[in-house]
Design a protein around this ligand. Structure first.
Ligand code: AMP
Length: 287
């Protein structure tokens, strides 16, 4: 496996592969890789001849009061995990390689970015779309892999790809959790022991909401209130949002219908964590 910070070197490598008729899968990440990222890389390696993992803490998707400077980084750990998972190349650029000083061109998927994290983190998805668009142009993959852990991000990327006619297949992958239920996240490392226990309230609320829906409850108000009550019972937790939307359009729903996303963002102390479930009502035999 190779690692480079140079756009030029990635282009040369990919050109060589394509000349040999090899397919390329891309896994965009911000590094500090864990089993969630690994599941994406393993899937990409199974479905493509070559896999590129981008490992870049993208400054333009962070708000001014967010954790850009403290976001965990460990490239040695990332290298090991990438080798294990079957990646061929890590693209690990410096911010100045990605953004010229007078950089001024952005990609924005409107509507689908309006709710949930888009509402709470203004400019976040503009930063995500812009960097992913750049990575698509640099790597020119046949397929790109994203986790359902960031369900709105997945919907936003699918919309961008459709709207801008990008010839790339977007593959969504399931949420990988710790044994006790907590969704794996690089940000879990911020949690102290007490907070780590308190953080279980996210997955508990998610599983509870999903169970209610599977048992026939359709009212967003009833489901979301039950989830909110559960979260509010945890003293270290502070709700940022608990919402039900359509999983593709990210439009708010009053009643569970179609492909439903229930998404939550909760502060545990100073750490903001997200979790969600998606239920296809038709597939589940509920519609
Ligand atoms: P990040 O490094 O947080 O930007 O995440 C990079 C990619 O890994 C995104 O597509 C995430 O949705 C995905 N990802 C992060 N955590 C998980 C998880 N626990 N399970 C599945 N995918 C994940």
């Amino acid at each position: 496996m190779e690692i480079t910070g140079s756009i030029q070197e990635v282009r040369e490598k990919v050109k060589e592969w394509k000349k040999q008729g090899l397919s390329v899968g891309l896994v965009p990440t911000m590094g500090y890789l864990h089993e969630g990222h690994k599941s994406l890389i393993v899937r990409a390696a199974a479905e493509n001849d070559k896999v590129v993992v981008s490992d870049f803490v993208n400054p333009i998707q962070f708000g001014v009061n967010e954790d850009l400077s403290t976001y965990p980084r460990d490239i040695e750990l990332d290298k090991k995990l990438c080798i294990d998972a079957g990646a061929d190349l890590i693209f690990h650029p410096e911010p100045k390689e990605m953004y010229a000083e007078d950089f001024s061109t952005y990609v924005e998927a409107q509507n689908v970015s309006a709710e949930l994290c888009g509402k709470k983190r203004p400019g976040h998805f503009r930063g995500v779309c812009t960097v992913v668009c750049k990575l698509f142009h640099i790597v020119t993959p046949e397929r790109a892999y994203f986790g359902q852990k960031d369900a709105q991000q997945l919907a936003v990327i699918r919309r961008m790809v459709r709207d801008l006619n990008m010839d790339i297949q977007i593959v969504g992958c399931p949420i990988i959790r710790e044994e006790d239920g907590l969704a794996k996240s690089s940000r879990n490392t911020y949690l102290n022991e007490k907070e780590r226990k308190a953080a279980l309230v996210l997955s508990r609320a998610i599983f509870h909401g999903e169970e209610m829906m599977k048992n026939g409850e359709r009212s967003a108000e009833v489901i979301l209130t039950a989830m909110q009550n559960m979260i509010e019972a945890e003293p270290l937790a502070k709700i940022d949002y608990v919402e039900m939307t359509d999983a593709d359009s990210i439009e708010p729903l009053k009643e569970a219908k179609g492909r439903v996303l229930v998404a939550i963002a909760v502060y545990i102390g100073k750490t903001r964590l997200i979790d969600n479930f998606i239920l296809d009502m038709q597939e589940a035999g509920l519609q």
